[in-house]
Design a protein around this ligand. Structure first.
Ligand SMILES: *[C@@H]1O[C@H](CO)[C@@H](O)[C@H](O)[C@H]1NC(C)=O
Length: 147
């Protein structure tokens, strides 16, 4: 009987863990529609979306969103923010959600892409600590361009 209970408890623990992982909720907004989407993030008007309810992507059938993301983009000197569910890749950089992917393009375009799955609504502000990466990338740039 005890053994049976143990099995039931382990299975339900496992199930709650699994459903937890597949039921992440993320803040969903874009700063062009709602200025509160920008940093510092203000959740008062921004909806939190259950990523399970997302329709999915037409070009990635069967792939379910499992993380949240936050995108910060500077185009022609203007910052744009996007928050929502994310589909592919790992959360954070090498598992560390404090770091974000940085891309610098030509013509004054800069992009920062952050993903996380540590908790519901983890794509609010406060997941960003890009300095080491920025230094690393500028270092690489210096190395390849100027030496
Ligand atoms: C919204 O932000 C406030 C203040 O930071 C916080 O206390 C609250 O928990 C947030 N709401 C949700 C649903 O996370």
């Amino acid at each position: 009987m005890i053994k049976f209970l143990k099995i039931v408890i382990s299975v339900s623990l496992l199930l709650s863990f699994v459903t937890d992982v597949f039921c992440i909720k993320c803040w969903s907004c874009r700063s062009s529609n709602d200025p509160k989407c920008a940093d510092p993030f203000d959740n008062s008007t921004v909806p939190i979306t259950d990523c399970n309810e997302e329709k999915g992507l037409s070009n990635l059938p069967g792939v379910r969103p499992s993380m949240c993301r936050k995108i910060r983009q500077k185009v022609n000197g203007e910052w744009r923010y996007f928050r929502g569910c994310a589909y592919l890749g790992e959360a954070g950089i090498q598992g560390d959600e404090r770091f974000c992917l940085m891309r610098t393009g030509t013509y004054n375009i800069f992009m920062e892409y952050c993903t996380c799955d540590s908790k519901d609504g983890c794509n609010a502000s406060g997941i960003i600590g890009p300095m080491p990466f920025m230094i690393f990338i500028s270092g690489m740039g210096l190395y390849f361009k100027f030496f």
